[in-house]
Ligand binder design. Sequence first.
Ligand code: ATP
Ligand code: MG
Length: 581
Amino acid sequence: MKASSYLIPTTKDDPQDAVVASHKLMLRAGLVRKSSSGLYSYLPLGLRILKKIEGIVREEMDAASALEFQLPILTPSEIWKESGRWDKMGKEMFRLRDRHDSESCLGPTHEESFCVLVKPMVRSYKDLPINVYQIHTKFRDEIRPRFGVIRSREFTMKDAYSFHLDDDSLDRTYQKMRTTYRRIFARLGLTTIPVQADSGNMGGSASEEFMVVSPIGEETLTLCDSCGYSGNIEKTPVVVVKNPNPKKEEEAVVETPGQKSITDVANFLSIRPENCLKAVALSCDGKYVLVFLRGERELNENKLKNHLNTNELRPMSQTELTQVGLVAGFIGPGFVPSKDLLVLVDSLADWNEAYVSGANEFDKHKKGVVLSKYFKSDEVQVLDLSQSLPGDPCPNCNSPLKAEKGIEVGHIFKLGQKYSKAFDITVLNDKGKATTTTMGCYGIGINRCMATVIEQCNDDKGIYWPISIAPFEVCLVSIAKNPEDISKIEKIYSALKASGVEVLWDDRDLGPGFKFKDSELIGFPVRLTIGKGFLEKNEITILNRKTMEETTHNFTTEENFVTEVKALLENLRKELAAKLT
Ligand code: ATP
Ligand code: MG
């Protein structure tokens, strides 16, 4: 490809609304352009990268015996009602009505559609297992689209769904997908960690997210260096450890004017947050819930949602608090019980230790509050509801956990029978008995992968693409004006092309500095510079974009040179392949 007939709309300055490296660089390198909030157009260079990522995903899915489909993006409301998700998906779902007044949505995911499609095609256990997938557009009306294509409203996902006779079969496919995912990400040049995850809206039992450690990640991972445990903080169990500094004191009311938060109260009374009892009052799908936690802990909303099987959590309003007899900022054991209020206690809060808690009176707290004096342990549910903190014991081996931020690039779930039951997907087993199937589902965000690679592979000059997904493997920069020289370069270019090297020849009528900057910004893995030295003594400079190492080569024939370039590209491929093992 010649740059003179291509489109390379690079820009020098950082775009205004971009805050993360990948977003800035995708715009500056002319890979994408923003169309409107959370919507991006791919330009030719960007699209080449996206298609290469899709290609790798497709190759690996096919190698794992998954079958590619393509389903409509527009999905009828009926199937979502059948699974019970028409209401549950909430505002993230783009809904619309057609001219016949039928309701549909732009698919945010395709469990329902695939279930309806696959159901009549599987009748016997002999038809199973089957793993079906597509690489297609998804729509999600994200509350906060951000970081460019990392969280956009329209994106490409590889989504796969597997159907099985029993759990053993599901487990085999789940493990196969796990290996497939590791291969895919390694081939994309991404270093990922699979972490135990919450199953969220999808339902189901086991699930793992593939995370790329990055300071811009929106997820928090808990990692154990000792045994290799890795979890999403949403799911990480908190191991009960006794407070090393318990208090023993008589119960007494203290004046705490204006001191509402745990930090305020602990500072005011010169005590540790661990010696306080925190009360969190929430409305969970309209039900009122009060959770007591040890002062230094935050509530893990996911654990609470899963326990109550609810969707929406929000703090109770002033009116609601008053209605159930609670005093905002000063809640503690000893309030007048209300049948409308469910009380839960986090398992870290000691049942017999003395804490400082709210006194259920404005501007007052109480010292020496012991939970067992106020609640009967068989009447109040005690469970793990707190968020893990760095340094907490690992749930596997008790070594201290550390926390890192991560970007989720893929997710695998054991869905179980949630959808097979909703859509009544049964097959006859080997004894001729109708058996409900069980399912798995497996997603990868294609565009998010592209941006995440940039997050991992960039420097002050721009991007350096892994060879596997680079828009072109080689950028040939020529500095020549007269037709004779140009035809000499053309020979090199043609020889490279003929030997299967993907080369972009920057033959634009621009200065060398400009061309160098562009090639470094866009991030072609190898740059060949053909300047004066070539025309005089067959000298070509080769730059490795990642290391920025430059070497000069003399060659006798085009073939020699092509062989040299191919060997270099092969080395880059080998480096990447080494990550597969
Ligand atoms: P997140 O927690 O980041 O919103 P999710 O759990 O909703 O992700 P899944 O439903 O598991 O995501 O979707 C599978 C994959 O699709 C994700 O792992 C991610 O790579 C990608 N993805 C999800 N939402 C978006 C989005 N808004 N923009 C780009 N990619 C996305
Ligand atoms: Mg989401």
